[in-house]
Design a protein around this ligand. Sequence first.
Ligand code: G3I
Length: 428
Amino acid sequence: MTKSGKTGFLALIIGIALVFAVIVLPLTGCDDGNNGNGNNGNGNNGNGNNGNDNGNSGSGNNGNGNNGGTDQTDNPPVDIMSLPPMKTQFSSYFMIGNIFNPGDVSGSSVTNTRLTRHYNILTAENNMKPSYIAPSQGSYNFTTADSMVNAARASGFKVVGHTLLWHSQNANWMTSSSCTPANMKTYITAVVDHFKGKIYSWDVLNEVFPDGVSASADWKTAMRSDNPWFANQGYSFVYEGFLAARLADPAAILYYNDYNLDNSGKAMMVRNMVKAVNDKYLASSDKPVGESAGRLLIEGIGMQSHHNTNVQASSIRATLNLFKPLGVKISISELDVLGQSYQDFAKAGHGPNKQGSTTVTAQGLQTQARLYGEYFKLFIEFKDIIERVSFWGITDNQSWRSAGLPLLFDSSGKSKPAYNKVIEALGQ
Ligand code: G3I
């Protein structure tokens, strides 16, 4: 080989090596993020959701970490305690909330540092529901709820009261025959008055409309028949229930709260009910002394947002546009997004409140991340009406739907691609 031939051959070898380094290595990392990040590959190991499965959750969490792209989904997993407080990052848009349980509190403060770092408003996951605080008629057990509410406030959180009128987790005495107007008024007055001045907003009525309801139905008759308050009183309980709450604590913001509000039929029922109740209130003299003219009775709609990979941001946008003319506040009140379709989640027999093994794939976690990002861009766009975005849990293993890996942080508290996309929405 001549000297120039040797030089050309050397240049060719260097060129191939460069191409390999720039293109092929990153792709290999993308295919198998576990290689470069073996310790992250199974950030989900600790939640009992795998060990069973195909390792998809691990590779999904970090396989993207090496793919050479530029968006923040590529960021490697970071421990939740090392990340900037989300409540600060989103402070010019809305509050960032989460749920809490008795174990998150000790003495007079919230001791779960993940909560205190990232969130500024808390909802008791279970302990303020009727089965917990109103075990028998006329008798109340506020001990646990009091310690939670007082600790949350002492630690600087606002508190959401969840929930007064529901068909589930009811006290045994709340049968259709005993859910009379008088008993409802007594119960709501006792509970709301007990916490008076401490609750930022109350979920007064929860999930009163059935799934699959048609947008052309009459909200007055379309309610769930298993709601004992509706079964006893018909639709009038809605107005009377909200009114009792307003009179007991005029400072609290009163919410209607429901899931699947991306569904146009349910959204229309909620819109029609809220409008009718508020119109009636505005025309009445049923107000607390000194209340400003024009104040609404139902001042907020909670969109629970227990989503899955089939829920498109466009459906949520349609509902936000439907609700906007009502002049009420919106809270995204119980956000979680399965890393799979609801059908796949249910088919695997996961169901709610079961740990189980996950069937979420790497692709599912990427879709979940994309959707979280799209939702947050939408929430920021609607910041004028959205006052709070609350997650229903911090880490996947804590979730009521843990097998669907629905939250921003894996069981070891490391950020998932979904977290990165939520933060990326800030830079839109
Ligand atoms: O406390 C008992 C415990 O003593 C018992 O050993 C154990 C056996 O299963 O059950 C425990 O109660 C469970 C309770 O959560 C507390 O952990 C119930 O079985 C379980 O059904 C209950 O699930 C709650 C669910 O509401 C009930 O509908 C979830 O934690 C809670 O996240 C969930 O929250 C609801 C919102 O309030 C309204 N929107 C939907 C959302 C998700 O379902």
